[in-house]
Design a protein around this ligand. Structure first.
Ligand SMILES: NC(=O)c1ccc[n+]([C@@H]2O[C@H](COP(=O)([O-])OP(=O)(O)OC[C@H]3O[C@@H](n4cnc5c(N)ncnc54)[C@H](OP(=O)(O)O)[C@@H]3O)[C@@H](O)[C@H]2O)c1
Length: 264
């Protein structure tokens, strides 16, 4: 019996790589993001591997988008057995220089939408005794702060904690909930936030992971029902430092990082 996974932010980067991994593992797919062309191109590619692929474009900054997705899923007679909350972006313009609507959109896309989508689709998974939820947070959520990109870290921290809580709530139900915390990953992310030059200058190539590897690690961790996974040895060292250093020192470490990227 084939299962269907809904992937948000499937038009690029880690979401696209996750869609490919799940297709390889035999899943049918529902792909969503704002840009229709890359979603359709990915759908065509994955259909050639024999998978059923549905493209449901939505702007998750619209608070009604998750319910529209659910209505469309039901109208097509589908059920969602897997949910990947991946859509996201960052803003490096500073809290005070970013307008309020942009902050609201960020909270909506990266914090509220994953909560609402989980609340909409998890009960069906629990009822059917099978499900997978993979939330894409960030190494940034394991840090004490992300200065200059001030809401990004706390949003990802929220996603980490909420995922871990859901992981506990669903233990024994057949539903696995895992949070994936990538570090620097080669995607469109730093082009979208306009910091490609700064991050490329500040961090050598070996510190970057490719999206395919990150996606594969996330999929494996979710299959193993691990509550969370941070891909890459270096990223685990950074997460460990943030956890074990005294608060003041960890904050200084993240401030140095933000200054290096000219965000403070
Ligand atoms: N790349 C990294 O270094 C890195 C590190 C840690 C964590 N992450 C996290 O990984 C996740 C994926 O990022 P990525 O690196 O793959 O970046 P990316 O290549 O820029 O992809 C971001 C995806 O999110 C979608 N998206 C953005 N705004 C949206 C909106 N309003 N509505 C619906 N979809 C939206 C984009 O699609 P459309 O533009 O077509 O809407 C795109 O598919 C994010 O949650 C990010 O925070 C990335």
């Amino acid at each position: 019996m084939s299962r269907t996974v809904l992937v948000t932010g499937a038009s690029a980067g880690i979401g696209k790589a996750l869609a490919r991994v799940y297709a390889t593992e035999g899943w049918d797919l529902i792909l969503t993001a704002r840009r229709i062309e890359p979603l359709e191109a990915l759908a065509q590619e994955l259909r050639r591997t024999g998978r059923a692929v549905h493209v449901l474009p939505q702007d998750l900054a619209d608070p009604a988008a998750p319910e529209r997705l659910q209505a469309e899923v039901e109208a097509r007679g589908l059920s969602v057995d897997g949910l990947i909350n991946n859509a996201g972006f960052s803003r490096v313009t500073g809290f005070l220089h970013t307008d309020l609507q942009a902050h609201r959109d960020m909270l909506q896309v990266m914090l509220t939408a994953p909560v609402v989508l989980s609340r909409l689709f998890l009960p069906g998974m629990v009822d059917r005794g099978f499900g997978r939820v993979l939330n894409v947070a960030s190494l940034a959520g394991q840090m004490p702060a992300t200065g200059g990109d001030t809401l990004y870290g706390p949003i990802k921290s929220f996603l980490i904690k909420a995922s871990q809580g859901l992981h506990l709530e669903t233990l024994g139900t057949g539903v696995h909930v895992t949070v994936l915390n990538p570090g620097y990953t080669l995607t469109e992310f730093h082009d979208v936030n306009g910091s490609r030059d700064q991050v490329s200058r500040a961090y050598p190539k070996w510190m970057w992971m490719d999206a395919e590897r990150v996606a594969r690690i996330g999929h494996q961790a979710c299959e193993a029902n691990r509550p969370s996974v941070t891909p890459g040895a270096m990223n685990n060292v950074m997460a460990g430092l943030a956890r074990f250093l005294p608060d003041g020192m960890a904050l200084k470490m993240t401030a140095n990082h933000a200054r290096r990227l000219a965000r403070l």
